[in-house]
Design a protein around this ligand. Structure first.
Ligand SMILES: [Zn+2]
Length: 187
């Protein structure tokens, strides 16, 4: 089974995306395998398209609408896999914060010292440019009010980033509420 199919199921099972949203890809040399437009990430069998990173083709129209963003990231970073989800706490935190998510949880300390919040419409040049820029020296970003992008040297690593971003944002969300409650002592 392709790693994209395996981790697509994990993304859905762990609530990191809903319905037919989100998309996944991995790099093979000058090509990328990417989920097709409108596909559900837990039903990717037969729904993965192979296109060139560098040249547009007739198959582009059946690939995910975020293909331009994936292409730009592969052209400009060392990523070999890209996963995009719509997880709840990451989206909420991206709307409550500007520029970066910073938290004190251990994941943040060890490999995601800060998570950039970027802007740009779905599949737009602005989003492609911003994602590629920040993913040069960050493993993951959050698109403001929209969703998460996790990258890695393989699909498993990108999944670790995608799920860790949500975990960090969930902790930050509850911690910020707790800090404002006088009846809960902060240790
Ligand atoms: Zn999306």
């Amino acid at each position: 089974m392709d790693e994209l199919i395996k981790y697509g199921k994990k993304i859905v099972a762990n609530g990191l995306v809903h319905s037919h949203f989100g998309n996944v890809s991995r790099r093979i040399g000058d090509y990328l395998l990417i989920s097709s437009t409108g596909s559900m990430l837990d039903e990717l069998e037969g729904k993965i398209v192979k296109v060139s990173i560098y040249k547009e083709s007739s198959l582009d129209s059946i690939a995910s609408s975020e293909l331009p963003v994936h292409r730009e990231i592969y052209k400009n970073t060392s990523a070999s896999a890209i996963l995009h989800g719509h997880s709840v706490f990451a989206v909420v935190e991206s709307m409550l914060n500007d520029e970066y998510i910073v938290s004190d949880s251990c994941e943040t300390e060890y490999f995601l010292s800060e998570i950039p919040i970027i802007k740009g419409g779905v599949g737009s040049k602005e989003l492609a440019k911003n994602a590629a820029k920040f993913l040069k020296d960050h493993l993951g970003v959050i698109i403001k009010g929209h969703g998460t992008i996790g990258t890695g040297s393989n699909v498993k690593e990108a999944y670790f980033v995608l799920s860790s971003i949500e975990h960090i944002c969930k902790i930050k969300y509850y911690l910020d509420i707790a800090k404002n409650r006088k009846d809960i002592p902060i240790l």
